[in-house]
Design a protein around this ligand. Sequence first.
Ligand code: HC0
Ligand code: SF4
Length: 573
Amino acid sequence: MVTLTIDGIKVQAPKDATVLEAARKAGIRIPTLCFLKGVNEIGACRMCVVEVKGAKSLQTACVLPVSDGMEVITNSAAVRESRKVTLELLLSDHNLECPTCIRNLNCELQKLSEELGVQAIRYPGEKSKAQYDDFSPSIVRDTSKCILCRRCVSTCHKVQGVGVISPNYRGFNTVIAPVYDMSLSEVSCVNCGQCIMACPVGALKEKDDTDKVWKALADPEKYVIVQTAPAIRVSLGEEFGGELGTIVTKKLPAALRRLGFDKVFDTDFSADLTILEEGSEFLDRLQNGGKLPLITSCSPGWIKFCEHYYPEFLDNLSTCKSPQQMFGALVKTYYAEKMGIDPSKIFSVSIMPCTAKKYECKRPEMFSSGYQDVDVALTTRELSRMLKEAGINPNKLPDEEFDEPLGISTGAGAIFGATGGVMEAALRTVYEIVTKKELKNIDFTEVRGVEGVKEATIDIEGIKVNIAVAHGLSNARAVLDRVKNGEANYHFIEIMACPGGCVGGGGQPILSADERWEADYREERAKAIYEVDRNMPLRKSHENPAVKALYKEFLGEPLGEKSHELLHTHYTK
Ligand code: HC0
Ligand code: SF4
């Protein structure tokens, strides 16, 4: 520990702390902009400058180590003026359309302007040349709003191990863009949207598809069906002032019905179905010498990553489509048939925590009903905008149930939303299929939690199954490289593109750098997901009565002919 003074107050801090950390701990606020804890700590924007006794110039607190006897002033006239000038210069080269910006009221630049009392821009000047790129199915880049903080760059390179956006050119001409100023759609971007989650302003956003859904809802000819992903039930409430991880499972049907959807179903249903198909596939490969390790295939950002960067593992991928796409294929076949609805009249919407789902539903593999199986995938944020526009606050609505039969689910389906959840759900079912005995302790805690890579060996009556769980694509790289180098011998691997799994998806509510520092939003939402699971009457996918009925009435058996036609696919190089 070292002792320093900050604004005349004696503060103790660990030797390796920065001045920013020491100050925050002591309750002293130093503003930041480019700083994103653990991701982007580069001292570039100079918003966090402080005076240090004995130093010739102002120092950046986010990268300045503490030392014994150090004297720091965080709010002198020089400090305040420097921060203001920095901010005004940023604003002078910024497209200031705040009231119509996607990040209005959730913008760190806007908030700093208010906080630092900037009421005029003293340095109006030339604006740098901007790029607007909306060719990607998932992500829109608008560099007229970019402040060059590089939080997206660090996220894409370090957290996701993808690295398709970087600074191009120098000085005033610097622009954050793919190589040669190409579109994100032309480079190997995996559409994960983690760059959006890191962006403090409106320079990166999801492709907005809400108009298509409003149009379908207003069309009397259309039968509009919606499915909601596991992770939405622990995140949507935050958009309406709820705490991190507020559970809104039963508010979702109420809210979506009030928006005008004809049926409100649950992706948790098809998550249960996925477990039956994928669990059977795993056992088949294990017992009949198929390609191992089997790797989960429900995260479309991960699939695209595998196609671009690890094509040698494509045969390891489960042939199961994601729950979103299984659901889509069934709605326009099984459900349409059962209810006597013309599938061409069905408009199928999904609410996803994910930007890559927009891309997934347009893939050529995803038309097995004879139509585009899922017409539009909306993110949590887009749904929240629609609800706000309609004056609906889900947190204030009464509880309602999902529609039957595609709204019936188990706790195993719900935990898909957190890293390790697909693996845990699969183990609950595989264990009982193999042993034909009841699994007493169904909580596989070894695959839960925020550690980047989790490993375990599960004993299923003498069969030792080596498993690994990775979330965030740089962790996926680590696991795949170990397999490639013969350093690990796994049978089953779960990979989710986003850190934390879907609860941390690129379409989820965006937290500021300060909020991300104060609490781990992925952990809080995951806790809520496990609470949802604990409170479900059924917690194993193979006990889902609606899934059982689906096999009886329509599919036959897992991995049967109909399943192959509708629920499975192959990804090729
Ligand atoms: Fe997920 Fe999914 S768990 S990918 O994260 O498998 O997006 O929540 O909907 O499809 O179920 C996302 C979440 C899903 C799918 C499911 C899977
Ligand atoms: Fe990188 Fe993901 Fe953003 Fe694409 S969507 S630029 S892969 S962080």
